[in-house]
Design a protein around this ligand. Structure first.
Ligand code: SF4
Length: 509
């Protein structure tokens, strides 16, 4: 357990995230209690131009006693040199405090982090902003090195991705220039449709997803509510999204009749054929049939995802996916046979009990299938996942993720002719690494870039979706969410629509 004692909480989250990166899996408390293994004390002075940090720790993990207890009991580490900051200038103060804290923690633990003091989820966005400001690649490299202490390898990856993103974003600009502005949205918008059902729930899942069996009798009701939202969006934002992404959940969990109804509605309501891409997640192979793939094809879906996560049967069983490795191969080949020429596969590094040997086996099996794009995730155990909520039951599982394993996946991707094109990080990731999307030339998922780099407004419809309005002139994002609970969503869909109305209602100045 680690203590964080601050006299002002303005930068608490930044400090905690960096501590979490150095000390994964620890709990944090904000008071002096017995049993702390380490305590960070941070004080901003009255004139708010100096911030001092002090680390207090004790090797034997015994009770921390403050106040009258003799300070000699403690091995005190003073890092008393203050950080000079304009405490109220958020970006500057945050970066300075994190740089100092990183240096302290590096000295204390002897560890360096691949991403240095960067804890945000969009490191490539920094490189992309630098490119937009006219900086050269070498200049961006130096900037990220000096400001964040990230490793050479991670910075190079960021810069490579930012260059690719800039090229792809140019296409979106061309497309949206032809379209009239609707709903005051600058730069057009992309549409996300959430189908929150899956065959079963994976152990690590934190998405809005419910086992479809329980909702079989009420899927029509869900679609009716969703269609109200879609009609509203088309009327207000126009019928020309730059990209359409149907995710969830697993949309292909819907029975054929409902899937057809959804596809018909989408293509009747929006000009999906003119979008830069039309993606449907067919993530779980146990949700796919020939007929469903034919429906997707008939309505012009250009990109699908068939996600093995791992090609090791024992792991699939362990994480609750209840499908066979063979099914992944069969469904992939079936999709190819039916003419899908842009198939993505998602994999996860760090699944319970998997090591480098297992990962290699997965990469070999995936290489043999030759997908058009690959997204390599590092396992992130989020709060809502069973792997976290039932920690006691799963505490004996080994979670292994190393730099070598991440490098192995990158090398396989390159060997398969895939280049990195988008990148993001999550909190609580195994090994504190990142998720990277790789694609063949012309097969990158533009929606992923738009959404992750917050380059375009994304309108989300369906339970558990988020609409993000990008106000680029002000470098600001505003959000409206829909409720995750399906029952609530169906009952309160008018309210979900009103939330969108409020988000876009105000005129842009
Ligand atoms: S397939 Fe994805 S959305 Fe569905 S339960 Fe598994 S992790 Fe969650």
């Amino acid at each position: 357990m680690i203590g964080i004692l601050l006299n002002d909480n303005a930068y608490e989250q930044d400090i905690r995230e960096l501590l979490m990166a150095f000390f994964p899996g620890r709990d944090f408390v904000y008071e002096e209690i017995p049993g702390l293994e380490l305590c960070l004390v941070g004080r901003v002075n009255e004139s708010r131009n100096q911030f001092r940090m002090q680390m207090i720790f004790r090797g034997d993990h015994s009770t921390l006693i403050w106040g009258d207890s003799p300070a000699e009991q403690w091995e005190l580490d003073h890092f008393d040199e203050p950080v000079f900051v304009d405490y109220d200038n958020r970006t500057e103060a945050k970066n300075k405090i994190k740089r100092r804290l990183y240096a302290i923690l590096k000295e204390l633990t002897g560890k360096s982090l691949p991403w240095g003091s960067l804890t945000g989820i969009r490191p490539a966005k920094i490189a992309l902003s630098c490119l937009k400001e006219g900086m050269g690649e070498r200049e961006i490299f130096d900037f990220m090195k000096t400001n964040y202490f990230a490793s050479d390898e991670k910075i190079r990856l960021c810069v490579e991705i930012a260059v690719k993103e800039r090229e792809l974003l140019g296409k979106v600009k061309e497309l949206t220039l032809e379209k009239p502005d609707c709903w005051g949205i600058e730069k057009g918008y992309s549409l996300y449709v959430g189908i929150p059902f899956c065959p079963t729930t994976c152990l690590y899942c934190s998405f809005t997803s419910y086992p479809i069996e329980k909702w079989q009798g009420r899927l029509g009701e869900y679609l009716d509510a969703l269609f109200l939202e879609l009609d509203y969006v088309a009327a207000k934002a126009g019928k020309h999204p730059s990209s359409v992404y149907v995710g969830g959940g697993t949309p292909t969990s819907l029975p054929e009749q409902e899937l057809e109804k959804l596809m018909k509605k989408l293509t009747d309501t929006f000009d999906c054929g003119k979008a830069l891409e039309f993606t449907v997640e067919a993530g779980r192979p146990d949700s796919i049939t020939r007929e469903k793939l034919q429906i997707l094809k008939k309505y012009g879906v250009t990109r699908i995802s068939i996600n093995p996560q791992t090609m090791n049967q024992s792991t699939l069983d362990r994480i609750g996916r209840r499908h066979k490795v063979e099914e992944v191969k069969e469904q992939f080949l079936l999709a190819r046979e039916l003419g899908f020429d842009n198939i993505n596969m998602d994999l996860i590094v760090g699944l319970p009990e998997e090591d480098a040997k297992d990962l290699k086996q997965t990469m070999e099996a995936v290489k043999a299938l030759a997908p058009d794009s690959l997204t390599i995730h590092s396992l992130a155990v989020k709060r809502a996942a069973r792997l976290n909520t039932m920690r006691e039951d799963y505490k004996d599982y080994k979670i292994i993720n190393t730099q070598e394993m991440i490098q192995m996946t990158a090398q396989y991707a390159r060997d398969m002719g895939l280049e990195p094109y988008y990148l993001y990080r999550q909190k609580n990731m195994a090994g504190n690494f990142e998720n990277v999307g790789y694609a063949k030339p012309e097969k990158a998922c533009i929606y992923n870039i738009l959404m992750m780099e917050e380059q375009q407004t994304v309108i989300g419809c369906g339970a558990g979706t988020t609409t993000k309005r990008v106000i680029s002139g002000e470098n600001r994002i505003e959000r409206a969410e829909t409720v995750k609970n399906v029952e609530q969503y169906m009952e309160r869909v008018e309210e979900m629509i009103a939330r969108k109305e409020r988000l876009f209602g105000e005129e842009l100045s």
